[in-house]
Design a protein around this ligand. Structure first.
Ligand code: DAH
Length: 343
């Protein structure tokens, strides 16, 4: 074969390869061009390379130079097509990657049912004009007991019924220790803190944790939450209290909720009631309420002849359980995601 013929077939090859790669518009036509021109067995480049053997020896150098030029032109055409089509074996894309498979979902947490309940209760009470207030979980005996009309020798102050933080010596003494502290046993403490800071009219709720050394069972846990309510103004009556609690209950538990007020006793209210809701045919106690005792007003420096008010304290866990049909309070604190994911 003459040099001229060889060079001519190289030109034709380059020209054909260029247009084949340029016009490849999918993986299939690209692959067809790749096999046709650069395939190791039947590719046209291979054929032309073989023909070089027939070129006279003294012209092999020129033929070889041209062959290399054409080879690299074809390689460039191939790579250009490959990157244009976004595929190919050495594009860096894993050929086993299947973009249609579902991805790995990141685990995103969500709000705990008790926090959801607290937010819901704040919203309902907020619509009745009750502002959310906060108080500390570590309290002193004044706010947890004395100002709430629970005197020093009252059984409610027993160390066995409370989590005192004082030193062993202080706890053993008659609890008349300077600086004595305990985990609050009720959110009623916040009533005192707010009344000490502000003047009537007052309309607040306070939602938070309280602590009692109770043995855990389906309805008890040593830590739980309460919603405390306090309204102080002029001429407040028991009818106002009952209305607020009834409106709250129908909003949170539904129009058909049945509510019962049972005469009771709390040191900080007079008269006092326990608040029950019907739950699957049984009356269940959800908390206490009453008209603020004059001694409490005196403790915070209000004149009991001038102002009157009511207060209530309801168990948040119990409300949440009644609404969602939860039968064991411990489920709320198990950390079991199969339970928590239902909310
Ligand atoms: N603090 C009471 C308790 O934990 C509940 C309670 C009763 C709160 C009467 C009140 C109230 O505000 O007026 O058992």
């Amino acid at each position: 074969m003459s040099l001229q013929d060889f060079l001519a077939s190289l030109d034709a090859l380059q020209c054909d390869a260029q247009s084949a790669f340029d016009s490849a518009d999918d993986a299939e036509s690209f692959e067809a061009a790749r096999v046709a021109f650069t395939g190791a067995k039947k590719g046209r480049l291979k054929d032309v390379q073989k023909q070089m053997g027939a070129v006279p020896n003294e012209e092999k150098k020129t033929a070889g130079l041209k062959l290399n030029e054409v080879k690299s032109a074809i390689q460039t055409a191939l790579e250009t097509a490959q990157s244009r089509l976004g595929g190919g074996d050495d594009s860096g894309v894993d050929p086993t990657f299947d973009p249609t498979l579902p991805g790995n979902r990141p685990i995103i947490g969500h709000i705990h049912p008790i926090t959801q309940t607290i937010n819901h209760l704040m919203e309902i009470m907020g619509r009745m004009g009750f502002e959310a207030a906060e108080g500390p979980e570590v309290e002193d005996p004044w706010h947890n007991f004395v100002a709430l009309n629970i005197p020093e020798d009252h059984p409610a102050r027993d160390p066995l019924d409370n989590f005192y933080l004082a030193t062993a010596a202080a706890a053993k003494a008659d609890r008349n220790v300077e600086g004595e502290q305990l985990l609050r046993s009720q959110t009623s403490t916040v009533q005192i803190r707010i009344m000490e800071e502000r003047q009537p009219p007052i309309r607040i709720i306070s939602l938070g944790r309280v602590y009692r050394p109770d043995q855990p069972d389906a309805t008890h846990f040593p830590m739980f939450h309460q919603m405390e309510g306090l309204l102080v103004d002029k001429n407040v009556t028991m009818a106002n209290l009952k209305t607020v609690l009834r409106v709250f209950a129908t909003n949170y538990l539904g129009d058909d909720v049945e509510i019962r007020f049972r005469p009771s006793f709390f040191p900080f209210t007079e008269p006092s009631v326990e608040v029950d809701f019907l739950w699957d045919g049984t009356w269940i106690e959800f908390g206490g309420a009453g008209m603020i005792d004059p001694n409490v007003f005196k403790a915070v420096g209000y004149d009991p002849d001038e102002v009157s008010g009511f207060a209530f304290g309801l168990g948040v866990e119990r409300l949440c359980m009644r609404r969602h049909g939860i039968t064991d309070i411990r489920d709320l604190y198990s950390g079991d995601l199969r339970f928590l994911r239902q909310f």
